[in-house]
Ligand binder design. Sequence first.
Ligand code: PMP
Length: 449
Amino acid sequence: MTELTGGPGLPQERRVVTAVPGPESQKLWARKQATVADGVGAVLPVFVRRAGGGVLEDVDGNSLIDLGSGIAVTSVGNSAEAVVRRAGAQLEAFTHTCAMVAPYEPYVEVCEQLAALTPGDHAKKSALFNSGAEAVENAVKIARVYTGRQAVVVFDHGYHGRTNLTMALTAKNMPYKHGFGPFAPEVYRVPLAYPYRWLTGPENCAQEAAAQAIDQITKQIGAENVAAMIIEPVLGEGGFIEPAKGFLPAMAEFARENGIVFVADEIQSGFCRTGQWFACEDEGIVPDLITTAKGIAGGLPLAAVTGRAEIMDAAHSGGLGGTYGGNPVACAAALGAIETMKELDLPARARRIGEVMKSRLTAMAEKHEVIGEVRGRGAMIAIELVKPGSKDPDPQATAALAKACHQEGVLVLTTGTYGNVMRFLPPLVIGEDLLNEALDVLENALAAL
Ligand code: PMP
């Protein structure tokens, strides 16, 4: 193995040999500060040298347990064998022709896989893009041209990207939107069934939220003006919120009755993350369109819109695309990632991770009042932190807890509308010992908080 080989062969251990960040990372950070725009932040100022399995190794020789997967991307692990093999072969064959100029088989194969793996047995087609935001933008284009309508309905706490249209679709101002307006028109936000924070309590949350959302759509927009309704089946940046059971089916049913294209944004929750191939399967939802990215290609940039053939075909030839969309190396990587997900049965691994994490986090919540709720599914798990004895969000405690974990060699991410959710997105190939060790670190950090 050469010095820089990552992938599954990297020693699977937590190792803290310097302060975190160490001296070499600090030197690189100074160079970054001098030359990279301040708008591009970093959760942890540690520079990575190699990564694989469940760890990231930094330039100082520290080995951090990875509970972030580059924000739900490296579900198959970094430099997974099949990803490297397939993308490597593609790199040697050719790197780019532009799918809109002269096509190639890996693009078609990815679309075949998407048709087979996404919910529903109707005829499906896909179009490939580079980023999640681009996929969401294109889902809106497709829904508009198909319906001949303009309005788009999104939900409280939703996140859909950082481009102009997707900023408009995104709920949270800071840091995503602040100062970047004006935003795209014809975007309407309605209530989400957020059980933990629903004012009348969780019991009637689904029915009440659906009734309010439908009332607002009907009265304020007119259902007949709505092209698309876009929702994350488990919300990512909003705080790993699982909409109360019954809410998604009610909204999907309303969309169906009113000719509204129902779009599941599974960019964060998809590709085995929640213990199923797609999170919307949990309540038997069959979306008209589904947007995917992140986990699809094991770390290479690829995104897709997949859906009912008649909707996908509504856009005229040349209306969808982009220079790099469905790049052949990214497509080959996706085929390697999907191969790995099937071979290792990663939905089952995600479910196992969920069992381990939920039982340990629930035990921690019993001891530490700062944990208001443990929630999530599969390997998309979170704790919401509150001021003890209340439901008041505690973003300071969340930041302090994250920092303490980082210093002990565990990479965790925070999220949520109120900045008070710690989220856990381990690679699905992480070893159980390593996962438990990361939870030990978290437990100690909680005790010291
Ligand atoms: N939708 C969801 C649900 C996401 O989680 C994200 C990324 N966090 C996006 C869209 C945007 O994806 P990208 O950053 O690849 O543009």
